[in-house]
Design a protein around this ligand. Structure first.
Ligand code: COI
Length: 366
């Protein structure tokens, strides 16, 4: 694949080394951004053009830009990892590029090629690679979180697909998504709000899905929980996903199950990787409908021995309890989350180049 050529407009005000080092020592999540961003413009007449890497900074948008009114927007989440030899790599970017195109089709946005998607990340990293943190130990999951996104920027208040669109990639040094790291997170069960409905946009990575999850996420925080779990809209029975992560259930007989993909569930790249790694570990992966009753009964009987959330941001994070309006659902025996930890180590070792990349999942950026 040849890399699309991006013009460079260098920042005249990049962060000083000491400022950047300070940020990299404790980056948090999504709070600090690198010196540059990548940008490509699309118009109906000219297609994709104007590939550039330019200084990070506020966008100039017309107040009538369609994205501000009708939420015609999609995004991705992908990370850059520093290996021990200083090189920088990313993980399965063609999966994100493919999902970005799927999201674009659902939101009536133009599709971006693999070449432009991966090329924009490479072009940004060519400038801002010093912002990729160096892990301090094998348990350290620091990385540079990349956020490609596409917005309808046409100035037009009629409701139809925009004829002017902008694509950007911004980058943010990141530590663990959850403050507690791999400490089990409590989950709130959303019993009134739905995230997605059949025929809707649930499978697409669009801002609207996340906006729809926020009132439930607020309920979760008000109830001391770090994330919210959604049930399906049709029957209010089937587990779908969390606000921004997929879910896995580990059974005492070695099965490991995740809800089967439907058009209301986001196809996570980490979810897909876990299914492969689990098989490698001698577990039996299953993709099938999982009901809230199965969660309740499996937890009570001891059939379910672990539950974990996974996603690019969350990596693999154990779930402690499910808090519902009727009371908490807890596993019968306190779990040491051995399977979640084992899969997490396997995934991180691969991403950080500490184990052989036997699936060819890594792409070198720098
Ligand atoms: C990701 O995992 O990359 C996401 O976009 C989810 C969000 C919770 C940050």
């Amino acid at each position: 694949m040849s890399t699309a050529s991006f013009d460079l407009l260098p920042s005249t005000n990049p962060a000083a080394d000491a400022v950047r080092d300070n940020i990299l020592a404790a980056p948090g999540f999504g709070q600090h951004f690198t010196d540059h961003m990548a940008h490509v413009r699309w118009t109906l007449d000219a297609g994709w053009h104007g590939h550039e890497v330019r200084p990070y900074g506020p966008l100039t948008l017309d107040p009538a830009a369609a994205v501000l009114h009708y939420a015609q927007e999609i995004f991705e989440g992908i990370k850059a990892y520093r290996h021990a030899d200083g090189s920088v790599w990313t993980f399965r970017p063609e999966k994100n590029a493919e999902r970005f195109r799927r999201s674009a089709r659902r939101l009536a946005l133009p599709e971006l090629s693999d070449e432009d998607f991966i090329g924009s990340i490479k072009a940004l990293l060519a400038q801002d690679h010093a912002w990729v943190p160096t892990p301090q130990s094998a348990a350290d999951e620091c990385s540079l979180y990349l956020r490609p996104f596409m917005i309808a920027s046409e100035k037009f208040l009629g409701v139809r697909p925009a004829r002017e669109v902008d694509y950007y990639v911004i980058a943010s040094p990141a530590a663990a998504y959850f403050k507690g790291g791999i400490e089990p997170v409590s989950i709130w069960l959303s019993q009134h709000y739905k995230r997605a409905a059949p025929g809707g946009t649930g499978f697409a990575k669009c801002g609207g899905n996340y906006a729809a999850s926020l009132a439930a996420q607020k309920e979760a925080s008000d109830n001391g929980c770090g994330q919210v779990a959604f049930l399906d809209a049709a029957e209010n029975k089937w587990i779908e996903e969390l606000g921004g992560m997929n879910l896995f259930f580990v059974y005492k007989d070695g099965r490991i199950a995740t809800p089967r993909l439907t058009d209301t569930i986001l196809e996570g790249v980490t979810r897909d990787s876990v299914l492969t790694l689990a098989k490698d570990e001698g577990l039996t992966p299953e993709e099938r409908p999982i009901s809230i009753d199965e969660w309740r009964e499996g937890a009570a009987s001891g059939e379910i021995t672990e539950i974990f959330a996974c996603g690019t941001a969350a990596v693999i994070t154990p779930v402690g309890e499910l808090v519902t309006e009727e009371g908490p659902i807890r596993l019968a025996a306190k779990s040491d989350n051995e399977v979640a930890k084992r899969l997490r180590t396997k995934l991180l070792d691969l991403q950080y180049g500490r184990s052989e990349d036997k699936y060819g999942w890594l792409t070198r950026l720098v």
